[in-house]
Ligand binder design. Structure first.
Ligand SMILES: [Zn+2]
Length: 258
């Protein structure tokens, strides 16, 4: 697990697997933790790692309901998990899905957890909408297409956009079950002006980006969606993402659109 300060009031913690990012944001004595690292030892170490950096979360938010993003309560069991209303809808319509998928993924990786995942009390937030952190206002924007749900969070005071599973330099656009190519396109179009307003973009997986890099990736992702829509079997992928695993995701994308 790696921690990088991206702003005096924002720290990004990256898991050893899938480079999954969790972001702690601080304003006026309040701290919001967005998403989560994955492994049990990372979740156990997270509270003290954040405390040493001066971040003690009093609120949790998940960008979407995928099992690798909703583990915050494992580290902070006293806190409720905040989600955008589309994510609440997804959790209600697929009860136990995150728990089951986590169990399956753990079994694949021989990961043992001290306890099964419990989402606990989940609080729904309007998207689009605003949430307060200290005296600051955070914007919540819809970000669906990767899945049926998704929330991007813009923290103007920190020049930060935390966008969930978009704009990654390590993962191609992934139309996972419930996602859609059209919604993914609409989300990229919605994210573009948000990226223009910030200094730093934190994707769900992989390194954080300065604005210009995020805009470049956004263009690459729009090009990829064009190739996907044409049904190309071996599209050109951005060089850093042209890997066997990303080719597998492309094949999965093709079957989803078929
Ligand atoms: Zn993810």
């Amino acid at each position: 697990m790696r921690a990088v300060a991206v702003h005096p009031d924002a720290i990004v913690v990256t898991s050893r697997i899938w480079q999954t990012n969790a972001t702690a944001l601080r304003a006026g004595g309040e701290v919001l933790l967005i998403d989560s690292p994955y492994f049990p030892d990372e979740l156990e170490a997270l509270p003290s790692l954040l405390r040493q950096a001066g971040f003690e979360p009093n609120a949790l938010l998940a960008t979407h309901a995928d099992y690798d993003h909703v583990l915050g309560r494992v580290a902070f069991p006293d806190l409720a998990l905040g989600v955008g209303d589309p994510t609440m809808e997804r959790i209600r319509s697929e009860p136990g899905a995150a728990q089951r998928e986590l169990r399956e993924e753990d079994a694949r990786n021989y990961v043992v957890r001290p306890a099964p995942l419990a989402l606990g009390s989940v609080q729904s937030l309007p998207v689009p909408g605003y949430v307060e952190l200290g005296a600051e206002e955070l914007e919540l924007h819809p970000a669906d297409g990767h899945t049926s749900d998704g929330t991007a969070l813009l923290a103007g005071f920190a020049g930060l956009l935390v966008c969930g599973d978009y704009l990654s330099s390590v993962e191609i656009p992934w139309i996972s079950p419930g996602g859609s190519l059209q919604d993914y396109r609409a989300t990229l179009a919605r994210l573009a002006p948000l990226v223009e307003r910030v200094e730093t973009v934190v994707p769900g997986h992989g390194p954080t980006h300065p604005r210009e890099v995020a805009l470049r990736i956004l263009g690459e992702d729009a090009d990829y969606l064009d190739a996907l829509e044409r049904g190309e079997e071996r599209p050109a992928l951005p060089r850093e993402r042209d890997t066997p695993r990303q080719r597998e995701i492309h094949v999965e994308n093709l079957t989803r659109l078929a």
